[in-house]
Design a protein. Structure first.
Length: 224
C-alpha cells in the first residue's frame, strides 16, 4: 500500500493519487527557458505521479535503467484531509490535513523530449521512486504555509532554496483548480512546484530536503 505518514502520531493514510503543479515559481520558469522572457502560466500546469512512486525517509531513489539526466525539484507538499469536489476558495483550507516537503524527481532529458514532441511526461515524472515524501505535519502545527523556506542539500551542500511566498498559484488556488476536474480524496498528495536551482543528481548522492523547521526527508540516489 502507498501511504503518507503523520509525523507526530505515526498514523498512515492511503494515497489514491498524487497531483503535481509544474511551473509555479517564476524564477524556475526563467531557468527552464534561458534567454526568453518568463511567461507566467494563466492556469496551473498539472501532471500526476502514481502512488507506487512514493518513497520516504531513509529509502533510495533508483535511477531507471535508461541513459538520462535525473534532476531534483524540492517542493512543498499538501495532503488532503477531507474528500471534496468543486471546492470553493473559502472552503479550501478545511480540506487540508497537513503539509510536508517532497522531491519531484524528474528525468529531465526525457521530459524535454516529451515537451518537444507534445507527448505526456508520465515516464519522466512518474517512474518508481520519483515521489519522495517527508512525514506530514498537521496544518495547525504550522504557523503560516505561505511563509516557509524550502531547501535541498546534496551531500550537505545547499543546492536549492526558495520561499513559499513566491508561489504563483497559492495552495488554495491549486485546490480550487484541481477539484474542478478531480475529486480530492483524504490522503491525496499535491506537489506545489519547485523554485529555481534544479539540477542533476548522481549515484551515491545523499539528498536532504527541508521545509522550515517543520519537516525534512533524507534519501540516497542509486543506480539499479
Ligand atoms: Mg516539480
Amino acid at each position: 500500500m502507498s501511504y503518507i505518514c503523520l509525523k507526530k502520531s505515526g498514523e498512515r493514510i492511503a494515497v489514491s493519487k498524487i497531483l503535481c503543479v509544474g511551473a509555479n515559481y517564476s524564477d524556475h520558469i526563467a531557468e527552464m527557458n534561458p534567454g526568453k522572457p518568463a511567461e507566467l502560466p494563466k492556469e496551473p500546469v498539472i501532471f500526476m505521479k502514481p502512488p507506487s512512486a512514493i518513497i520516504r525517509d531513509g529509502e533510495n531513489i533508483i535511477f531507471p535503467d535508461v541513459q538520462s539526466e535525473l534532476h531534483h525539484e524540492v517542493e512543498l507538499i499538501v495532503v488532503i484531509g477531507k474528500d471534496g469536489k468543486n471546492i470553493k476558495a473559502a472552503d479550501a483550507d478545511s480540506h487540508i490535513l497537513g503539509y510536508g516537503v517532497g522531491l519531484d524527481m524528474t528525468l529531465r532529458d526525457l521530459q524535454a523530449e516529451a515537451k518537444k514532441k507534445g507527448r505526456p511526461w508520465t515516464i519522466a515524472k512518474g517512474f518508481d521512486t520519483s515521489a519522495v515524501l517527508s512525514d506530514v505535519v498537521l496544518k495547525n502545527e504550522l504557523i503560516q504555509v505561505n511563509d516557509l523556506t524550502l531547501k535541498l542539500f546534496i551531500n550537505d551542500v545547499l543546492r536549492q532554496e526558495g520561499h513559499t511566498s513566491n508561489m504563483i498559484f497559492k495552495v488554495s488556488d491549486i485546490i480550487v483548480y484541481l477539484s474542478q476536474f478531480f475529486t480530492l480524496c483524504r490522503g491525496d498528495v499535491i506537489f506545489t512546484g519547485t523554485p529555481k536551482g534544479v539540477g542533476p543528481v548522481q549515484s551515491g548522492d545523499r539528498l536532504r530536503a527541508v521545509l522550515g523547521e517543520y519537516a525534512e526527508v533524507i534519501v540516497s540516489v542509486k543506480k539499479i
